[in-house]
Design a protein around this ligand. Structure first.
Ligand code: ADP
Ligand code: MG
Ligand code: MG
Length: 241
């Protein structure tokens, strides 16, 4: 379990303002969490504080009871925390097969690379020998990145807006991919997203605004609240009429 206790993050400067304010959250094994809320609400900062890109000004972060608050990104990665970038990096001269083998290097016997590709909705035969470069579409690249995250056999995987830059058709397949991996893998998945299709995958939804957790509950309760509430959680203002 990953636990954030009274985590605050202040950006130093002449005014120095609080980006995250007294965040208390628990993320349990095998669950999917969706973090949503208006732009600038602190979602990406939350992801960065989990990864160790930012260090909290106050508060504690615990992984399975161990205090990891002052650990570096590398140490946290070793402990099983991973982060998927909004735009996945592309590597010149590396084949999909090699990328996945590198990702799986600490448990090579356990990982079947063909199965991994299948789990993210790609046919292994077609992709193993492809270069990880601009010849891959956004949706293909995103799914290969998810496969590398799965290959690492992580405890916690954070995906920041996986829908970004993906067309609607690929996006529907991506949502199915997350649903499949949730059934098959033990990794706790934290998805930052504005998409209802992604929210539908959640065991629990967390709404962040103004650096605070403004709501957190089981999916259906939150989704019902969003439907019935004038001040909705999505970044687009609803037009009523
Ligand atoms: P979200 O992902 O929900 O859109 P962010 O976590 O990216 O929100 O940002 C929350 C707020 O913190 C925004 O006002 C953003 O400008 C600010 N912020 C984030 N990181 C920094 C930083 N390194 N320096 C200054 N302000 C930052
Ligand atoms: Mg945003
Ligand atoms: Mg963001």
């Amino acid at each position: 379990m990953l636990e954030l206790q009274k985590v605050s993050l202040e950006i130093q400067g002449d005014k120095g303002f609080e980006i995250l304010k007294n965040i208390n959250l628990k993320f349990y094994e095998k669950k999917i969490y969706v973090v949503t809320g208006p732009n600038g609400g602190g979602k990406s900062s939350l992801a960065k504080i989990i990864m160790g890109v930012y260090n909290p000004t106050s508060g504690q972060i615990l992984l399975d009871g161990q205090d990891i608050t002052s650990m570096s990104i590398t140490e946290r990665a070793r402990m099983g925390i991973g982060y998927a970038f909004q735009s996945p990096p592309r590597f010149k001269g590396i084949k999909v097969r090699e990328l996945l083998k590198m990702a799986a290097s600490h448990n090579p016997e356990k990982v079947n690379i063909c199965d991994l590709l299948y789990d993210v909705g790609l046919c292994a035969q077609d992709y193993l020998n492809r270069d990880v470069d601009a010849s891959l579409s956004g949706g293909e690249m995103k799914r290969i990145e998810i496969a590398t995250v799965l290959a690492r056999n992580l405890k916690i995987a954070v995906f920041d807006e996986p829908e970004a830059g993906i067309d609607l058709w690929s996006f529907q397949k991506l949502a199915e991919t997350f649903r499949n991996i949730h059934m098959k893998y033990d990794t706790t998945i934290i998805l930052i997203s504005h998409q209802e299709r992604i929210m539908e995958l959640a065991d629990e939804i967390i709404i962040m605004s103004s650096g605070m957790v403004s709501a957190q509950s089981e999916r259906d309760i939150i989704l019902a609240g969003i439907m019935n509430n004038d001040s909705c959680a999505c970044s687009t203002k609803c037009v009523k009429g």
